[in-house]
Write a protein that binds this ligand. Structure first.
Ligand SMILES: Nc1nc2c(ncn2[C@@H]2O[C@H](COP(=O)(O)OP(=O)(O)OP(=O)(O)O)[C@@H](O)[C@H]2O)c(=O)[nH]1
Ligand SMILES: [Mg+2]
Length: 327
């Protein structure tokens, strides 16, 4: 494989080359990983910074429909949009690809859009790296906006938020006064909450839900990366394409402010550091799960349980195998 040629094609926005490059970074094969690293290194700093938008929401809130409508609005205004997905739940793998291709019927045929459904996944660490690398490839390929979708069912929101410039939480109208069981931690990550399906019979409920969340957001600790009025909650209808322009204006306001005040660069720097630490941790964990260390752990497990050896002495002998013993 000619890495320089591959690099040039991606920089020239060749979609086929981009798709092949993403396949390469998704591969677990050692030779592919080596090529992927070389390619990413060759592309580092080339291209431009896209606006990375993370989008999370529970199954059925309308993520796919929203991306279709929102994405079409962006491409109509001349922007190039890439859509990536982080989907750690193996239960959905297979189904999501088919579903999304039909839900994003127009966007998937738009020459200014690039949609990449999530591959079937193993563990979240691997997913995070592959998605981050796919984002970097889309940036190199000159996309103005990279949308990173995740189904909000667990830790995947954190993964997406840690690679986004802007994090959107999509919610559905909810009756009653319960705040849909949205975890506080996820609320705290959101820059803009969008209550979708604000149309027809659901419109009044959507407005009430939106007001509830606006209230809840005001109770959260003020974050340095927000100008006055953010984070905020708004209503949209992905089906009727209502509120999308306003939502985009709010996103632009927030992002411009962050660029001007240095928070954009600061966040990207913090994210790079976060992923550096994560990779170190993942690398160490991987080494514990193979070879001599793995065998030693298995052998010591019973001895620790029966009190034959103390937990710390046992741990130390495992760490010594990796040459990282503290003693
Ligand atoms: N009334 C109304 N229905 C909507 C709206 N957006 C999506 N829906 C409907 O909600 C259902 C789920 O929409 P999807 O876009 O597939 O939702 P999703 O979040 O991508 O779902 P998963 O991919 O399963 O996680 C579909 O029947 C949509 O037609 C909206 O703005 N208004
Ligand atoms: Mg979907």
């Amino acid at each position: 494989m000619d890495i320089a040629d591959f690099r040039d094609k991606i920089l020239k926005q060749d979609r086929r080359a981009l798709a092949r490059a993403i396949t390469l970074v998704e591969s677990a094969r050692a030779d592919h990983r080596a090529q992927a690293s070389e390619l990413l290194e060759a592309l580092r700093g080339a291209g431009k910074q896209s606006l990375r938008i993370g989008l999370s929401g529970t199954p059925g809130v309308g993520k796919s429909t929203f991306i279709e409508s929102f994405g079409m609005m962006l491409t109509a205004s001349g922007l190039r949009v890439a859509v990536l997905a982080v989907d750690p739940s193996s239960a959905r793998s297979g189904g999501s690809i088919l579903g999304d291709k039909t839900r994003m019927e127009f966007l998937s045929r738009d020459p200014n859009a690039f949609i990449r459904p999530s591959p079937s996944q193993t563990h979240l660490g691997g997913v995070a790296r592959r998605t981050r690398e796919a984002v970097a490839l889309c940036e190199a390929a000159g996309f103005d906006v990279v949308l990173i979708e995740t189904v909000g069912v667990g830790q995947s929101e954190t993964v997406v938020a840690e690679m986004s410039d802007l994090f959107l939480l999509l919610l559905a109208p909810a009756g009653g006064d319960e705040l849909q069981g949205v975890k506080r931690g996820i609320m705290e990550m959101a820059d803009i909450i969008l209550v979708n399906k604000a149309d027809g019979d659901l419109k009044t409920t959507a407005m009430r839900t939106c007001a509830d969340y606006a209230g809840a957001l005001r109770l959260l600790r003020k974050r340095p990366q927000d100008p006055q009025g953010f984070p905020k909650a708004m209503t949209v209808s992905a089906v009727e394409k209502a509120g999308l322009e306003t939502a985009w204006e709010e996103m632009t306001t927030l992002i411009n402010w962050r660029r001007e005040t240095g928070h954009w660069d600061q966040r990207r720097a913090q994210q790079a550091s976060f992923w550096f630490h994560e990779e170190v941790k993942q690398g160490l964990l991987a080494r514990l799960q193979q070879g001599e260390a793995k065998e030693a752990i298995a052998a010591l497990e019973t001895r620790v349980a029966t009190g034959d050896v103390t937990p710390s002495a046992a741990a130390d002998s495992v760490l010594r195998i990796l040459n990282i013993s503290a003693r």
